[in-house]
Design a protein around this ligand. Structure first.
Ligand code: G4P
Ligand code: NA
Ligand code: NA
Length: 192
């Protein structure tokens, strides 16, 4: 998506070898008009998929997810994060290990909000190692719901997440695909 790539080029900052900081429009300060455009793009790409729920993880997935849900006219559900949990029969939970932060979070969704009849679209801000997406997939499976695919704002193709989702036969739509960082500059993957 051209508009997003331009924002990344203009305002993104590369940290170290594998992290892109985009906290002036996505991860801390949020540009609502850009979020509307991202949501519209995801909604168009999954328009015929019969989506009934959009699922993300707090906090940075919420902005793109809510505008996708608005466009699709369905509810948005965000999994909550907890350091530790007391297991409850009323919740679905999954472990999400963060390679970046080297810690495990539990993500939690109330059983009322994902039902067996649902067709769920996952939305997230980044696809890196795919651990957040995998945790959401586990919850969707536990709920007996249908996973229609994953919409990713920024995919880093050099990390393991895409392969993990491909191997699980999940349809992935990424709005920007970064294949490398070279001398602090972003190299986008060729459009397919
Ligand atoms: P994974 O889910 O794909 O396995 O990602 P990983 O564990 O590597 O990342 C942990 C956190 O870092 C996630 O946010 C993820 O969205 C974010 N992240 C991964 N790569 C990048 C990057 O290049 N730039 C930025 N800005 N973030 C990245 P989180 O811990 O869930 O935090 P939140 O911001 O959603 O609250
Ligand atoms: Na995220
Ligand atoms: Na994040």
């Amino acid at each position: 998506m051209r508009e997003l790539e331009e924002r990344i080029r203009r305002e993104g900052r590369v940290l170290g070898t594998d992290v892109l900081k985009v906290d002036n429009f996505l991860n801390h300060q949020v540009d609502p008009k850009l979020m509307v455009a991202l949501g519209h793009e995801f909604a168009m790409r999954f328009a015929d998929a019969g989506v009934t729920k959009v699922l993300t993880v707090e906090s940075s997935g919420i902005a793109p997810a809510v505008f996708t849900a608005l466009d699709l006219d369905v509810p948005m559900v965000f999994a909550r994060k907890r350091k530790s949990i007391t297991l409850s029969a009323d919740n679905y939970t999954a472990d999400v290990y963060s390679f970046t932060k080297q810690e495990t979070n539990h993500i939690i969704v109330d059983k009322r909000f994902i039902q067996p009849k649902d067709s769920v679209l996952i939305i997230d801000d980044f696809l890196a190692n795919g651990q957040a997406a995998q945790g959401m997939m586990e919850i969707i499976t536990a709920a007996g719901a249908n996973l229609v695919g994953a919409g990713i704002v920024i995919e880093k193709t050099f990390q393991k997440g895409r392969q993990l989702l491909n191997e699980a036969n999940v349809r992935v739509e990424s709005l920007a695909r970064i294949e490398d960082f070279v001398n602090g500059q972003v190299v986008f993957a060729n459009e397919d």
